[in-house]
Design a protein around this ligand. Structure first.
Ligand code: URA
Length: 443
C-alpha cells in the first residue's frame, strides 16, 4: 500500500477502506510517513469529507494507536462526560462529586487547556497541594473508595490523535466534523467507561459557532460511540455567553464550591442537572429525568456532594483549608470594577471576547509550554437579560499586571451590547441527540 495512492483516492472523492485508514494512522504514529503527505491527505479529507464508516474506522485506528485504559477493577457502571469546551465551563469539576454522591463512579481523565482559560487540571491545580499525578492503582483505588478521581491524560492515550491534531492545527484542517468527532471520541473510547455524555457547546464562545454544525458534530460522535458499543448521548448547549459568573482558574473552582454549598449560579446548576440526569439514567441509577433531578438537588442541598469534593481534594494532596475558605484561592494585586456607561437590558455578553480578555490577563495559554496565572480572571456581575443602570457594576477584573488589566478593560467593554429592549433569551439546552433521535428545542 502506498500513501501516494491513498491521497489520490481521497482527493478524487472516493471513500477509503478500513485497511487504508489503519495503514495511514499506523504509519503516521510510527513516523514512517512524512508530515507533508499526511498534510495533503488531511486537506483532501477536509474538502472531500469522510462518510460515517470512514469516520468510525479513523476513530478506531486512533483509539488503538496507544494504551486502552482498563477500568474493569472499578465496580459499577462508569459514565464519562465530555464538553467540547466553552468560556467559564467548570461543569466537570462540579459534576464529578455530584454524580459520585449519587453512587455512580466517576473516573475522569482530563487535559490541560489551550486557549481562553486552563483545562480542568489547571483549574484544580489552583488548590495548593492538589496533584493529578497519581498512579493508576491510586486512581482506581480512589474511585472505588470515594467514587471520584481525576488523573492527567497519559501521553500514550490515542497518540495518533495527538500528532494529527497538532498537524491539523498548523495546516488549516481542524474544522472538519469527521476529524473533530474522531479526535474527541478516540480519546474517550480509549478510556474504558461504559457510557458517554457529551456536552456540545454552540455559539460565539464555542468551537462550533453554528447550531446546525453543532447538531451534525453531536450526531457523528453519538454514531461513533454507539458503533463502538458505548451508550452515548449528546446535549447541545448554549455558549453565546459565559457559563456562570466566574472565568479564570481559581475563580471557577471557587464558583464550583459555591454551587456545592447551594449558592451557585442558576445556569451552571441547570447544566449540571441536565448533563448529570443523563449520566444517572445511563448508569441505571435513575429511571426518569425528574427522579434524577431530585437526586442531584438532594446531594447538593444535603452537602453530600461537597463532602465528596473535600475527600477527593484530600486524596489528591490538596489543602482542605482552601475549600473551607475558598476566597483564599484567589491571590491578586488588583480587582478593578467595570461600570456600565449606559442604562438598559444586557442583550449580549460575547463569550469569545470575554474568553480573549481572560487570556490577555494570563489565565490561559497560547502555547502548550506557556505558564498561566491561576488567580487572574473575571467575575461578571450581570448576565444576558439583566437590567443595568448607568454607573452600576458590570464585571470585576482580577489581575496581577496593570498593563494587562488596562488592555482588558477596553476589550471587555466591547463584549457588552446593552439596549433599551429586553432580549429574547436563548435556552441553555438547545437540543438532545441520541442514537435514534435528534430533538431540537427552541433556537
Ligand atoms: N478537541 C479535540 O480533542 N479534537 C478536535 O479536533 C477538536 C477539539
Amino acid at each position: 500500500m502506498q500513501m501516494y495512492d491513498i491521497i489520490l483516492k481521497k482527493r478524487n472523492g472516493e471513500a477509503l477502506t478500513k485497511e487504508e485508514i489503519y495503514y495511514f494512522i499506523d504509519c503516521y504514529t510510527k513516523d514512517t510517513i512524512p508530515d507533508y503527505q499526511v498534510s495533503a491527505l488531511l486537506m483532501a479529507i477536509y474538502f472531500q469529507k469522510m462518510n460515517d464508516e470512514e469516520t468510525a474506522y479513523i476513530t478506531e485506528a486512533m483509539m488503538n494507536s496507544g494504551e486502552i485504559i482498563d477500568l474493569s477493577m472499578i465496580e459499577g457502571i462508569k459514565v464519562d462526560k465530555h464538553s467540547t469546551g466553552g468560556v467559564g465551563d467548570k461543569t466537570t469539576i462540579a459534576l464529578g462529586p455530584i454524580i459520585a454522591a449519587c453512587g455512580v463512579p466517576v473516573a475522569k481523565m482530563s487535559g490541560r487547556g489551550l486557549g481562553h482559560t486552563g483545562g480542568t487540571i489547571d483549574k484544580l491545580e489552583s488548590i495548593p497541594g492538589f496533584s493529578v499525578n497519581i498512579s493508576k492503582e491510586d486512581f482506581i483505588n480512589n474511585v472505588n473508595k470515594i467514587k471520584f478521581a481525576i488523573t492527567a491524560q497519559t501521553n500514550n492515550l490515542a497518540p495518533a490523535d495527538k500528532k494529527l491534531y497538532s498537524l491539523r492545527d498548523v495546516t488549516g484542517t481542524v474544522e472538519n466534523i469527521s476529524l473533530i468527532a474522531s479526535s474527541i471520541m478516540s480519546k474517550k473510547l480509549a478510556l474504558g467507561t461504559n457510557a458517554i455524555v457529551l456536552d456540545v457547546k454552540t455559539g460565539n464562545g464555542a468551537f462550533m459557532k453554528n447550531i446546525d454544525d453543532s447538531f451534525l458534530l453531536a450526531k457523528k460522535m453519538v454514531n461513533i460511540g454507539t458503533k463502538m458499543d458505548r451508550k452515548t448521548i449528546a446535549l447541545i448547549t448554549d455558549m453565546n455567553q459565559p457559563l456562570g459568573y466566574a472565568i479564570g482558574n481559581a475563580l471557577e473552582v471557587k464558583e464550583v464550591i459555591d454551587l456545592l454549598n447551594s449558592n451557585g449560579p442558576e445556569d451552571l446548576k441547570e447544566l449540571c442537572i441536565a448533563l448529570g440526569s443523563q449520566m444517572l439514567i445511563l448508569a441505571k441509577k435513575a429511571e426518569t429525568k425528574e427522579l434524577a433531578r431530585e437526586m442531584i438537588e438532594d446531594v447538593i442541598n444535603s452537602g453530600a456532594a461537597l463532602n465528596i469534593f473535600k475527600e477527593f481534594v484530600k486524596q489528591q494532596g490538596g489543602d482542605l483549608s482552601y475549600i473551607e475558605n475558598p476566597e483564599l484561592l484567589v491571590k491578586v494585586q488588583d480587582v478593578f470594577t467595570l461600570k456600565s456607561d449606559t442604562t438598559g437590558y444586557i442583550n449580549e455578553i460575547k463569550a469569545d471576547i470575554v474568553g480573549e480578555c481572560t487570556l490577555l490577563l494570563g489565565a490561559g495559554r497560547t502555547l502548550i509550554e506557556s505558564k498561566i496565572d491561576l488567580s487572574v480572571g473575571l467575575v461578571l456581575n450581570k448576565k444576558v437579560g439583566d437590567y443595568v443602570k448607568k454607573g452600576e457594576d458590570l464585571a470585576y477584573i482580577y489581575s496581577n499586571d496593570t498593563i494587562k488589566r488596562d488592555q482588558c478593560i477596553n476589550k471587555l467593554k466591547s463584549a457588552y451590547i446593552i439596549k433599551e429592549d429586553m432580549p429574547i433569551l436563548r435556552p441553555l439546552i438547545l437540543g438532545i441527540v441520541t442514537k435514534d433521535n435528534t430533538k431540537k428545542f427552541k433556537k
